[in-house]
Ligand binder design. Structure first.
Ligand SMILES: Nc1nc2c(ncn2[C@@H]2O[C@H](COP(=O)(O)OP(=O)(O)OP(=O)(O)O)[C@@H](O)[C@H]2O)c(=O)[nH]1
Ligand SMILES: [Mg+2]
Length: 640
C-alpha cells in the first residue's frame, strides 16, 4: 500500500515538474503548437495512468474473498459477495472515476445480442443501469453489490443468441428447467465506482467469474486479462489443481511477468491434531506440487488463507492475519506492479521529452544565430561612413528578396507534403477498416460453422497489418522528403534545422499481433463445428474489431501529431528568419537615417543575446528536473 502511495506521489511530482517545464517554455516563446500538443498528451497519460490487477480462476477458489481481504477489509465487512458455489456472475471492475458518484454500473446481458463489445459500451453511459452506493451504510452497499451475482432465467433460444448456451454440450442440457428456460447471468459487466484510497490512486481491480464465463466474454480474454499489470491465479488447497484449473491457467494466463499463483484456503490444513511443523510441511508440499503443475518456481506460488486474513483484519486479530500469510502475497503484488507500470510511463515520457528538447533547441539555436549575425553586422558598421551603410541597406534588401524567392519555390514542396499527408491519412482511414469489418461479418454469417469463419478473420488481421505497414512506408517517405527539402533550404539560406524526428508504428503492429495470438489461442487449434461456438466467435470478432478500431484511431492520432512536429520547425524558422530580415532592414535603415545611435543598438542586441542564453540555461534546468524526477528512486520520495 505504501508502495502504491509512493508511486502515486512520484507520478504527481513528475507531472508538476513537467508543468513547470511547460510554463518556462511558454514564457520563453520556445514551444510551438505541436510541442503543446505533445506535452498535453504526456500530462494526460500521467493523469490517466492506471494499474490493474486481475483475479482469474475457476469458480469458488476464493478470488472475491481475496479481493475483500486485500483491499476492502477497512469497510469492516465482506464488501463483495463471496459464497460457496458460483457467486460472481459477471466480470467486475473496481475503480474510482471522480466524474461519477460512488455507484455500481451494470451492463445488461441482453447487450450480447448486438455487435457492440463491452469496450464500446464504455462510451455509452445510457446503456448501463446505475445504482448509487451509500458509503455510510455498509448494509445498503452490500445489498447493491449483490447485483454482481444476480442471475435470471431465459428461454434456451435467447441464451443461445447470447452465445451462452450450446445445444451440443451435454453438460448444459441438464440445466434446462421444465419450462424450457435456463439460468444465465443478469449482467454482462459491472463497474463499481468507489472512492477507496487505493482506487483513488489509479488502482483497478478486476474480479472474474469461473472458467465457462471467462471463455464466453471476449472483454476478459482480449482486454482485461492480457492488459492487466498483474494477474493473480487462485487455487484452493481443498481441491488441489484440477483439470479445469490447468485449462484456465494455460488458456488465459500462463507464466510470465506479473503472473502470481495463489494457493488459497490453507486454513483447511490447520488441523489441531497436527503439530505446526507438520502443517507447515504439508503446505510446502502442496506449494511445490502446484508450482510443478503450473511450470513455476515454488517461490512464485503464495499459500494464503483469504478468509482468515479478512477475519483477522476486520477483527484486529494480528496473530490470525499473520497466520493467513496474506502479507507476503501483498508485498509480492506491489513489487511486481509498480516497477512494471513505472517503466511504461517512463519510456513514453522520455521519448516525449527528447522530442520537446530537440524542438526547443532548434528554435532557440535559430534565434540565437540570428541575433549573433545581426550583432556582427552592426559591429561591422562601427566607424563606417554613410555610403558604406547605404550599401549595407541594399545588401539586406537583396537578401530579403532572395529569401522570398526561396519561399516561393518552397510552395511546390509544401504541396507535395500536403499530398503525401493526405495519402497517409487515407491509408489509415477508419471507414476502410469499417468496410473490411462488415465484409468479414457477412462472410461469417454465410457459414454457420466456426471452421469456415477462421479464414476471413485471418485475412482481416493480415489486412490490418498490411495497412499499418503501408502507413509506415508512407511515413518513412514523408520523413526522407522533408529531410532532403529542409537540408537544401537550410543550406541555401543559412538556417540551422535538426533532422525531422522519426515515427514508428511498431507498437500498433505488435498490438495487432498480440490480439491475433489471443484469438488463435482460443479458436485456432480445435476443430469447432458447433453452432454456439460460431455465435461465440462472432461475439469475439466484434471485440476484435472494436479493439483494432481503437488501435487504428491511436495510430491516426500519432500520425497527426507527428505530421505537425515534422512540419513545425521549418515553418517557425521561416517565420523567424523573415522577421529577422525585416528587423535588420529597418535597424540598418534607421542607423543610416541617423535616428538611432549605433552603440545603443549594439548594446540592446547584446542584452537580448545574454537573455536568450540565460533562458536556455533555465530551460535546460527545467528539463533536467523532469529527467531527474523520472529517474528518482520512489522510495526516497516524501509521500504528500
Ligand atoms: N476456509 C476458507 N474458505 C474460503 C477462503 N477463501 C474463500 N473461502 C470461501 O470459499 C467460497 C468461495 O469464495 P469466493 O470468494 O466466492 O470464490 P470466487 O473465486 O470468487 O468464486 P466465483 O465468484 O464463483 O467465481 C466462499 O464461501 C468463501 O467464504 C479461505 O481462505 N478459507
Ligand atoms: Mg467471486
Amino acid at each position: 500500500m505504501q508502495d502504491l502511495q509512493q508511486y502515486s506521489a512520484w507520478r504527481t511530482q513528475v507531472a508538476a515538474t513537467l508543468q513547470g517545464y511547460r510554463a518556462e517554455l511558454r514564457q520563453a516563446g520556445l514551444i510551438d503548437s505541436a510541442g503543446e500538443q505533445l506535452l498535453e498528451r504526456a500530462l494526460g497519460r500521467l493523469r490517466d495512468d492506471r494499474l490493474s490487477v486481475a483475479f482469474v480462476a475457476e469458480f469458488s477458489r476464493g478470488k472475491t474473498e481475496l479481493i475483500n481481504a486485500l483491499f476492502f477489509a477497512d469497510y469492516g465487512q465482506r464488501i463483495l459477495p463471496s459464497s460457496a458455489g458460483r457467486t460472481t456472475m459477471c466480470p467486475t471492475e473496481l475503480l474510482w472515476d471522480e466524474a461519477l458518484p460512488p455507484c455500481v454500473r451494470l451492463l445488461p446481458i441482453s447487450t450480447r445480442a448486438g455487435q457492440m463489445s463491452t469496450a464500446d459500451y464504455r462510451d455509452d453511459p445510457a446503456a448501463w443501469t446505475m445504482l448509487t452506493l451509500d458509503l455510510n451504510s455498509p448494509l445498503r452497499m452490500q445489498e447493491a453489490l449483490r447485483q454482481v451475482s444476480q442471475t435470471c432465467r431465459v428461454p434456451v433460444a435467447e441464451a443461445e443468441m447470447y452465445g451462452l448456451y450450446d445445444p451440443q454440450d451435454p453438460d448444459l442440457a441438464a440445466d434446462i428447467g421444465p419450462d424450457g428456460t435456463i439460468e444465465i447471468p443478469q449482467w454482462r459487466h459491472a463497474i463499481i465506482n468507489l472512492p477507496h484510497p487505493l482506487l483513488k490512486q489509479g488502482l483497478v481491480i478486476v474480479d472474474t467469474p469461473g472458467l465457462n464465463a471467462i471463455g464466453t466474454e471476449p472483454e476478459l480474454t482480449l482486454n482485461l486479462i492480457p492488459n492487466a499489470h498483474a494477474v493473480l491465479f487462485v487455487l484452493a488447497a481443498e481441491t488441489g489443481v484440477t483439470k479445469s484449473d490447468i485449462d484456465v491457467w494455460r488458456t488465459y494466463i500462463g507464466a510470465g511477468p506479473g503472473r502470481l499463483a495463489v494457493l488459497n484456503k490453507i486454513d483447511a490444513m490447520w488441523d489441531e491434531l497436527k503439530t505446526p511443523g507438520a502443517i507447515e510441511l504439508e503446505i510446502m508440499r502442496q506449494q511445490h506440487d502446484v508450482a510443478r503443475l503450473l511450470g513455476l518456481n515454488a517461490g512464485q506460488v503464495y499459500p494464503v488463507s483469504a478468509q482468515k486474513a479478512l477475519v483477522g483484519r476486520i477483527g484486529g486479530d494480528t496473530a490470525l492475519f499473520e497466520r493467513s500469510r496474506l502479507g507476503a502475497l501483498e508485498k509480492a503484488l506491489y513489487q511486481h506492479l509498480i516497477p512494471a507500470r513505472r517503466a511504461i510511463v517512463d519510456g513514453q515520457l522520455r521519448a516525449d521529452m527528447e522530442a520537446l528538447a530537440t524542438a526547443q533547441q532548434t528554435i532557440a539555436a535559430g534565434r540565437l544565430r540570428e541575433l549573433v549575425e545581426q550583432l556582427q553586422e552592426l559591429r561591422s558598421l562601427r566607424g563606417k561612413n554613410q555610403s558604406v551603410i547605404a550599401h549595407m541597406v541594399r545588401r539586406v534588401e537583396g537578401e530579403k528578396k532572395e529569401f522570398d524567392a526561396g519561399l516561393f519555390k518552397l510552395q511546390g514542396t509544401r504541396a507535395v507534403f500536403t499530398r503525401l499527408s493526405t495519402d497517409l491519412y487515407s491509408i489509415l482511414a477508419m471507414d476502410s477498416l469499417q468496410q473490411r469489418t462488415d465484409s468479414v461479418r457477412a462472410a461469417m454469417s454465410s457459414t454457420r460453422f466456426a471452421t469456415g469463419m477462421r479464414a476471413p478473420v485471418r485475412d482481416y488481421f493480415a489486412a490490418v497489418r498490411a495497412t499499418i505497414d503501408a502507413a509506415q512506408a508512407s511515413i518513412d517517405e514523408i520523413k526522407s522528403m522533408m529531410e532532403a527539402m529542409q537540408r537544401k533550404f537550410a543550406a541555401e539560406h543559412g538556417l540551422a534545422l535538426s533532422p525531422p524526428s522519426a515515427l514508428y508504428l511498431t507498437r500498433y503492429r505488435d498490438e495487432v499481433d498480440s490480439v491475433e495470438a489471443l484469438f488463435a489461442r482460443q479458436f485456432g487449434t480445435t476443430t469447432l463445428l458447433m453452432t454456439s461456438r460460431a455465435t461465440l466467435l462472432e461475439r469475439f470478432f466484434d471485440s476484435i474489431a472494436s479493439r483494432l478500431r481503437r488501435v487504428l484511431r491511436a495510430a491516426n492520432a500519432d500520425v497527426e501529431t507527428w505530421l505537425k512536429m515534422v512540419n513545425a520547425p521549418l515553418e517557425s524558422q521561416i517565420r523567424q528568419h523573415r522577421d529577422n530580415l525585416r528587423q535588420r532592414q529597418s535597424s540598418v535603415q534607421r542607423i543610416h537615417d541617423a535616428t538611432d545611435s549605433l552603440e545603443q543598438k549594439i548594446s540592446a542586441f547584446e542584452q537580448s543575446q545574454a537573455e536568450l542564453e540565460s533562458t536556455r540555461a533555465g530551460l535546460a534546468g527545467a528539463a533536467a528536473r523532469v529527467d531527474a524526477m523520472l529517474a528518482a528512486d520512489i522510495r526516497t520520495l516524501a509521500t504528500a
